[in-house]
Design a protein around this ligand. Structure first.
Ligand SMILES: Cc1cc2nc3c(=O)[nH]c(=O)nc-3n(C[C@H](O)[C@H](O)[C@H](O)COP(=O)(O)OP(=O)(O)OC[C@H]3O[C@@H](n4cnc5c(N)ncnc54)[C@H](O)[C@@H]3O)c2cc1C
Length: 340
């Protein structure tokens, strides 16, 4: 019989112990079991060429806050024009941040924390979506955040892929079908029923393409009626916008949990980049303070304090989860969550 070193045996027992007691849960199960607001993080896949260690370096300092789950964004490929030696340009498709599905599997395996991949309409045919969902199901990932995605950077309007979905609602219906054992191949018999818990996006300041808030809310309600179990909001910097949004949703009988999405401001440049990229406002109190800052270090301090105050108020309000868009700034998020 092989004799193993004592240290090895202890480590193996600990792993087995962790494995026995790690129960993969859906976001809605986490929310339903929680006694107080949970914490969750959203990360981006690293730029192509970087290794998985980039993810661990980013997440390691955040793990002490025991996130209930971690979201991983999805990034479609972009069309770029590359200059050739003869001076002409060639059109190339570049995916800068691949790896969403594999990162989710790595997170669940390495940290024993549930992962929520974002799945998008853009760039996917229905068949490709089905394949991606089968991959997730085989990996034991039972959560998805279903979103449409934006138009590629050099295009004005979102256009679905040939044979793809135009709205998040349509993509959701495909996921719901698979949860009922209905795949694209209609004559498939006794197909496995997936059990994806579906989240969708909501916009306290209205989605930029929606003609008005009422229309946007009607489409949000349609997503919930089709099976979305919770909503994650676009970032906002004025809590009143979130409170008003929740009130409007409840008046429209949208009753699912509404998770606030929170992001720190850390550079002066973001004063213009955030409104332009995400179509949200920064309140005058915050922007005035940032304008007075002389360095980005000072901006980061202001941003951290602002996010902390926002988080404390939201916690008091009784939000289900404080969901932080970490976007490469784990230190700021650590400083906030530590002081909650
Ligand atoms: C929490 C969160 C996470 C995100 N993660 C990612 C990500 O990982 N990758 C990424 O590329 N993007 C991401 N985004 C950005 C998102 O893709 C964009 O905001 C996109 O423009 C809209 O996505 P949606 O799912 O809200 O779209 P939809 O719900 O499809 O809505 C898009 C627009 O169409 C309208 N609409 C909806 N249904 C209909 C209908 N049936 N008829 C007519 N109009 C309709 C809506 O009012 C809205 O104006 C995220 C956004 C949020 C808030």
């Amino acid at each position: 019989m092989a004799i193993f070193p004592k240290r090895f045996v202890i480590a193996a027992c600990m792993l087995k112990f962790a494995g026995y007691f790690l129960k993969s849960m859906t976001v809605i199960e986490h929310i339903n079991e929680a006694k107080e607001p949970l914490v969750s993080f959203e990360i981006l896949p690293p730029l192509k060429g970087k290794g998985i260690s980039a993810i661990y370096d980013h997440l390691d300092p955040l793990m002490e806050f025991k996130p209930a789950y971690i979201n991983v964004t999805y990034h479609r490929s972009e069309t770029m024009f590359k200059k050739k030696v003869d001076g002409t340009f060639e059109k190339v498709e570049v995916r800068k941040r691949p790896g969403t599905v594999a990162i989710c599997a790595a997170i669940m395996n390495y940290y024993h924390v549930d992962a929520v991949p974002h799945i998008i309409c853009g760039g996917f045919s229905k068949n490709e979506t089905e394949d991606a969902l089968i991959d997730l199901n085989f990996l034991g990932v039972d959560n998805v955040l279903v979103i449409r995605g934006d138009a590629p950077k050099n295009e004005t309007f979102f256009e679905p892929e040939p044979g793809g979905h135009r709205y998040a609602l349509d993509l959701m219906k495909q996921v719901v079908n698979m949860n009922n054992g209905i795949y694209l191949e209609e004559d498939l018999k006794n197909a496995v029923k997936t059990k994806f818990c579906i989240g969708v996006a909501g916009y306290p300041e209205k989605h930029f393409e929606a003609p008005n808030m009422q229309t946007d809310l009607a489409f949000l309600k349609a997503k919930v009626e089709a099976g979305a179990e919770y909503i994650v909001t676009q970032m906002f910097f004025d809590n009143q916008k979130y409170f008003d949004f929740v009130k409007c949703c409840r008046e429209k009988n949208i009753t699912v949990p509404i998770i606030p999405g929170l992001k720190p401001v850390t550079t002066k440049k973001q004063l213009t980049v955030i409104p332009r990229t995400f179509n949200v406002d920064l309140p005058a109190d915050l922007s005035n303070e940032i304008i007075r800052c002389k360095t980005d270090d000072e901006v980061a301090q202001v941003g951290t304090e602002w996010l902390l105050q926002q988080s404390r108020e939201l916690k008091k309000f009784g939000v289900p989860v404080l969901h932080y868009y970490t976007l490469g700034k784990p230190k700021v998020i650590c400083d906030v969550v530590k002081n909650l």
